[in-house]
Design a protein around this ligand. Structure first.
Ligand SMILES: O=C(O)CCC(=O)C(=O)O
Length: 302
């Protein structure tokens, strides 16, 4: 008998905090009586963001937590660690709906899709993609200010992402938003260069450079909220937003589920380098075509 021990295959993200995660979300409420109101819909149209208190109950947060754990343990092709060299870990992954059953269950059975559908006022709702962000294990720096839409290959008004955290957060450590900025021009998107967060991704286009918001925060109307598990934001991908840093001993596990509705069309970024790239969409669409592809499952219709 061969008694040599085969070393376990090395995984990208094993190690820090990836084992022994609790399967339930602490502090989640068992019930939610949340309903979308006209005021929520109007706030979203005006500000490009609306904070919804207690929108998700424990069942859905626990399912989201399982999706997140499975995803962290089985990173997809876009799984990555941002800003290496930090004391803590800042990890992300996206586009895992097809391979993580818990995401499929979550979007089929939770009120997440129903809430976004009502807020963005669409008859049909498609998934654009799911994304996770985890900051833990020590100090993690800010997620740079950016708008999502300039990275994407689509455009339209009936569009929105639900962002929520599985950890309670003070407003100083949660997502920050500049309300109304979805109505302003889209900026040349950040390259996520750690030395210059406004370093433009596109080199030969007239889109204006991102303002240096951190250099003088008082010039901007920055909003953020204290979060308890179950509280969510719906945000338009055109709003300027950035994630606060997390300090040693704190953790932020957040999910952003991005959706689009009836009026959204294919609109590639000027240099063609969309993120996510969604291979095959450019080949099957011309600018202005309704966005329809296997990448984008229909989640609700009426
Ligand atoms: O959670 C974060 O730090 C960043 C989230 C974000 O940028 C997004 O959801 O688009």
């Amino acid at each position: 008998m061969n008694d040599t021990v085969t070393p376990p295959t090395e995984r990208k993200f094993d190690g820090l905090n990836s084992a022994n995660r609790s399967l339930t979300v602490e502090g989640a409420q068992l019930r939610s009586d949340f309903r979308v109101t006209q005021d929520h819909i109007d706030t979203y149209a005006r500000d490009g963001v609306v904070f919804l208190k207690g929108a998700l109950s424990a069942t859905w947060l626990n399912l989201a937590n399982l999706a997140l754990i499975r995803s962290l343990k089985n990173p997809g092709p876009y799984g990555q660690k941002y800003f290496d060299g930090l004391p803590g870990e800042f990890r992300g992954d996206y586009c895992n709906y097809r391979s993580i059953g818990e995401y499929q269950q979550l979007l089929a059975t939770s009120p997440i899709a129903d809430i976004v559908k009502e807020i963005i006022q669409t008859r049909n709702l498609w998934l654009y993609y799911d994304q996770l962000f985890v900051k833990e294990g020590g100090y993690c720096r800010r997620t740079p200010w950016h708008q999502d839409l300039p990275y994407w290959l689509c455009d339209g008004k009936q569009i929105g992402s639900m962002w929520f955290s599985l950890d309670p957060l003070s407003k100083e450590e949660s997502l920050e938003i500049i309300p109304g900025s979805h109505l302003n021009p889209m900026f040349n998107p950040s390259n996520f260069n750690p030395d210059d967060e406004t370093d433009p991704k596109w080199k030969n286009t007239p889109a204006p450079r991102l303002p240096n918001i951190e250099a003088d925060r008082s010039k901007f109307n920055i909003m953020s909220w204290d979060f308890e598990p179950g509280d969510v934001l719906v945000l338009h991908p055109g709003v300027l937003h950035g994630g606060a840093a997390t300090e040693n001993g704190r953790r932020r596990r957040s999910l952003s589920i991005r959706f689009f509705g009836d009026d959204v069309v294919y609109s590639p970024p000027p240099e063609g380098n969309a993120s996510p790239p969604f291979w095959g969409v450019a080949e099957t669409h011309k600018p202005g075509d309704p966005l329809r592809h296997d990448w984008f499952p229909l989640i609700r219709s009426s």
